[in-house]
Structures are given as structure tokens and as C-alpha cells.
Design a binder for this molecule. Structure first.
Ligand code: AMP
Length: 210
């Protein structure tokens, strides 16, 4: 299956994408994670993206479209994939169409802004493997280190409250119009993203009809 997960930053896209991808045996492709890895490694693309990501702005379309083209060409994508955080603009969605990607479903995880701000303040991530936790809703086993690789958990720079507000603004003005884009194609499913991680996974699986 070829699936897109849409949703505001902090809506739980990454958490759900990982759970559903495991269940379906397909990879999750997160442009945010690829960019953060490039930033950590100091690559040219990472340096180009740095000022945008730290300000909570979108990285230019040509950069992310390049990342996705390269990633989708890898052999593990042949049986399907979940895109987490791409597309985020109409030109990115059009670029995906022009690559000939035939999407099965687009899931939008719906969470009100007030909840997002509350959630982002408790998010903790593993800088090594990218796993994401929440101090109250989805803590790691010891609350401090990553369950998968034992690395110490940190707060993402772009989860600072002022950056979260600007990321939400960008989401509503630039990314949310994609709901109309995919609704017109008849493949959009809205999922209520308020509840426990398990509840939302169940809703997502039923929206995907798998
Ligand atoms: P995420 O981990 O999906 O929340 O992404 C973190 C940041 O990476 C975003 O705030 C953007 O600066 C950048 N980013 C990730 N995906 C995209 C995309 N599809 N288009 C533009 N910028 C992106």
C-alpha cells in the first residue's frame, strides 16, 4: 500500500506511521527525520535546511522533492510505503503525482491546536534513531532513554513553544489545503487523533480498511 499521513506537527503522524508500517511490513519515510539526520551529519543538504527547520518554516520544495525522489527509488519501497511529513505543499503533491506514484489512501490525523501545543511540550526524541516519545502519553520504559537504542532522549529545537505556534500557522496555511486536494481524488480519510496511541492506531487501521 502507498499511504500518506497528513496532520499538524505533533498530531502523532510519526508514531502512528511507525506502528502501521510495522503492521503492514512496509517502510515509513519521514522527510523530517531524513533532514534531521543530514543536519546531524553536516551534509550540504543539512546545511541548506538548517535555518528553515530551526525557525519552524518549510524547507524549499526542490530540496524535499529531491529527497523523496531518491528515497522512493530504493528497493524497499517496491511493495509500498507510508509517507510521514511529505507532501506538505500543493507543489510537492503535484511532484508526487508526476513521479507516477499511485496512492491508495491519505490519512489525516485530526487534533485541535490547543491539544497540539500541550503535546509538543512533552515530546522527547532519540537523536540517534529518531524514535519519538511523550513524557505523559507515550513514555519510554525508564522515561529518560530510548527503548530501541538506549540513547538519552532530548527535546527537539523546533518543539520550543514559539516555534510550535509558527509551525501550526504554516500547517494551516500551506499543508491543510492538501486535504481538499486528496478529497477531490476520493482517497482522503479523516481520523480523530485525540485518544490513546492504541485507540488512534485502531481508528487508522479501520480507515485504511486493513
Ligand atoms: P517533521 O519531523 O515532519 O515535523 O519535520 C520537521 C521539519 O522539517 C519541518 O518543520 C520542516 O522545516 C522540515 N520538513 C519536513 N518535511 C518537509 C516537507 N515535506 N516540506 C518542507 N519542509 C519539511
Amino acid at each position: 500500500m502507498k499511504i500518506i499521513f497528513l496532520g499538524a506537527p505533533g498530531a502523532g503522524k510519526g508514531t502512528q506511521a511507525d506502528i502501521i508500517a510495522d503492521r503492514l511490513g512496509i517502510p515509513t519515510i519521514s522527510t523530517g527525520a531524513i533532514i534531521r539526520e543530514a543536519l546531524k551529519n553536516g551534509t550540504e543538504m543539512g546545511l541548506k535546511a538548517k535555518k528553515f527547520i530551526e525557525a519552524g518554516e518549510l524547507v524549499p520544495d526542490d530540496v524535499v522533492i529531491g529527497i523523496i525522489k531518491e528515497r522512493l527509488a530504493k528497493s524497499d519501497c517496491q511493495n509500498g510505503f507510508i509517507l510521514d511529513g511529505f507532501p506538505r505543499t500543493v507543489p510537492q503533491a503535484e511532484a508526487l503525482d508526476s513521479m507516477g506514484v499511485a496512492l491508495d489512501k491519505v490519512v489525516s490525523i485530526e487534533v485541535p491546536d490547543e491539544k497540539i501545543v500541550e503535546r509538543m511540550s512533552g515530546r522527547r526524541v532519540c537523536a540517534k534513531c529518531g524514535a519519538s516519545y511523550h513524557i505523559a502519553f507515550n513514555p519510554s520504559k525508564d522515561g529518560k532513554t530510548c527503548d530501541k537504542c538506549s540513547e538519552e532522549l532530548t527535546v527537539r529545537k523546533d518543539d520550543a513553544p514559539e516555534v510550535v505556534l509558527s509551525r501550526l500557522e504554516v500547517y494551516h496555511s500551506t499543508t491543510e489545503p492538501l486535504k481538499d486536494y486528496y478529497s477531490l481524488k476520493g482517497i482522503l480519510k479523516l481520523v480523530d487523533g485525540v485518544g490513546s496511541v492504541d485507540e488512534i492506531s485502531c481508528r487508522t487501521l479501520s480507515a485504511l480498511e486493513v
